[in-house]
Design a protein around this ligand. Structure first.
Ligand SMILES: [Fe+2]
Length: 276
């Protein structure tokens, strides 16, 4: 886990993509998109329908690690309005088992605007627990302590000629956006224009690796690009200056967008570096 402070709350980013708030014994996951495989299968798209089981396996493991009293599912917990009816008795049994003995909250999302049909918990439009507020989609305009999902942030980083791609947390001083937790949930690169109205120029990503979460600082600047800040820590502390520094580049998600970034007016290019 990687500890970090966000708007006065001491939080942990779990490699699974879950967010943990130990002081409140609370765990948060976003965009489970349960039953997405079955939704595609019903439309003739032959995806293996094992995503719900895999997502619940990972959720079960995260819950076992952190034993939260309250679990907040940040919306888009299911892929569509019929998902609860499609769930097998085994899936319902597993969710009820995980929810037993804890306050399980289904936050409404755009895929599940009325999550009260889902088993095991209570549904809310959003949840405020000062100094944080939990909602599915980042609100327009100024916010403070907002924790959301919806955008499924991902990052691609190039390190010594190798490209690593994966889901990530992205945050600035006011907003924190969680990666999608669902097995089949797609992703949106953090350099995408959709993040520009949400994030400040200086932001960070928390990039889950197999065993730990890596913390990177980033910045967005108008073309021509320049790398951003170098203040990096892995556990809330600054690392010693003696460690080696590798510059990495958050790549734009396609060669098309890379070429479009050559225009000063097209979009911002974001870059970051890290130390390890
Ligand atoms: Fe969403």
């Amino acid at each position: 886990m990687t500890a970090f402070d966000f708007c006065g709350a001491s939080l942990h980013a779990d490699p699974s993509g879950a967010l943990v708030w130990p002081d409140r014994r609370l765990m948060v996951v976003a965009d489970l998109h349960l039953e997405k495989g079955a939704w595609y299968a019903a439309r003739g798209i032959p995806l293996p329908p094992y995503d719900t089981g895999e997502t619940l396996d990972r959720l079960e493991a995260a819950i076992a690690r952190h034993r939260p009293d309250r679990l907040v599912c940040l919306g888009d917990s299911v892929h569509d309005g019929d998902a609860a009816r499609r769930m097998t008795p085994e899936v319902v049994r597993r969710i009820l088992g995980l929810a037993r003995g804890r306050d399980w909250i289904w936050i409404a999302g755009n895929h599940d605007p009325e999550p009260d049909t889902l088993p095991g918990g209570r549904s809310l439009a959003e949840l405020a627990l000062a100094p944080l507020v939990f909602r599915h989609e980042a609100a327009a305009g100024p916010v403070s302590g907002e924790v959301s999902g919806h955008y499924h942030p991902r990052a691609r980083i190039r390190l010594r000629g190798r490209t690593v791609s994966g889901r990530c947390f992205v945050l600035d001083r006011h907003r924190l956006i969680l990666p999608a937790f669902g097995a089949y949930a797609g992703g949106l690169d953090v350099t995408a224009d959709a993040f520009d109205p949400l994030l400040q120029v200086e932001f960070e990503i928390l990039f889950p690796g197999p065993r730990r979460v890596y913390r990177f600082a980033g910045a967005a600047e108008p073309y021509p690009r320049r790398v951003g800040t170098t203040e990096i820590s892995t556990d809330g502390r600054r690392l010693a200056q003696t460690v080696s520094t590798w510059w990495i580049e958050l790549l734009r998600k396609s060669s098309n967008s890379e070429s479009s970034s050559s225009s000063p007016s097209s979009s911002r290019t974001k870059a970051c570096c890290f130390r390890m």
